[in-house]
Design a protein around this ligand. Sequence first.
Ligand SMILES: [Zn+2]
Length: 431
Amino acid sequence: MQPQPSRRRISPRRLAALASVSALTLALCTSAGSGRLSPGTAVPGAGPSALSRTSAHGPCLIGSAREVQMSEGIPTGPGYTRSTGTVRALTLMIDFSDAPGAGDALDRYREFFPQTREWFSTSSYGRLDYRPEIPVPDWLRMPKSFRAYGIERGAPFDPGYRELVRDIVAEADPEVDFQEYDLLNVLVTPNAGPAALDTVLSVTFAGNAEAPKADGGPVSNASFVYSRQDDGSGSYDRTGYRVLPHENGHVFGLPDLYTAEGGGAVGHWDIMSEDWGANNDFLAWHKWKLGWLDASQVGCAASRGTREYLLTPLARTGGPKLVFIPVDAHSGYALELRTRAGNDEAVCRPGILVYRVDADVDTGMGPITVHDATRDSGGCTRAPNVHAELSDATFTPGQTFVDRAEGIRVAVVAAEKEKYQVRVTRSSAAP
Ligand SMILES: [Zn+2]
């Protein structure tokens, strides 16, 4: 069984140049297997959270019918880090003889914390208590030069990363009991490798039971952050940390939503789609998947006929957040109310977001597609690194989304400040 291969983001402005590289790596990923734990393999701290559901949610528990590395299916498969309760994130800062850390290693740490901890607290409504821990508060010097590991964009786990993880474990082991932690963050000195604007090296190996062992168990869920995601717009201090919640999204089992063509499938509506620029949140689908929504906050529109649902802003704690309309056993439409609040700071047209979720589509291949209520409008924002066209994708009162082929109709019938009413009509029940 091969380990989980790489996850990367693409700087939008470098996309064209990288498209061919992406295609190549994705092809490589496709043949790499699921990387899931075999039954009975015990990994301390691992295992996704229990999904909150009732029997009425049955038709909405879509799954993949074919082998995919990381699926939008629900519930999340085994082997990933638990995403509720207290999660301890071992955070190590590493450097190399040919890229020595400049200044205090804790300055590197402070590029990501406490912001990443706060981001998860806000997004999870306080259900994920993310605790970064730094038992080694200095640069951990690797025994080889950066060049010697052969780390480049899309680099597979073997042999370079395997070697790097092995060396990290060996160097940190005297001071660290790896089994006390739920995930590993490796913050690489920013002078190692290319600038993120040229090539994003940051990567996560998730659910990787084949990783080198440390203190008796594999280092299954590890995020590596390189360089600085600084677009030169002057917002780095505020937004540069966002690569880490994106990478950690993978250790919790979430796939990449950008594709080889960039962020055009989901835009700025989820941090797994765009982690440059203004702050954003997770989609409600991801929040349910991560165990941050109760069954009572999720409506499952599976039966024939017409039903009305209330939705409250996704960023606000409490109230109904998600309506899912299953189309078949592996896909369906999700509805949620997005407003400018909480982690969502770039929302310029509050309203109901409608998107298709397909558990059979793999990470990076477009497992989620947002439907644009105002196609070719050019969007309602010019914020740097926010996908403009989809920024006004939301449906507002009086607008209707229709999928004729599936006999599904969604009308936004009323809106108050903190409450939208949607009417879902299906011509046939979910199979
Ligand atoms: Zn990613």
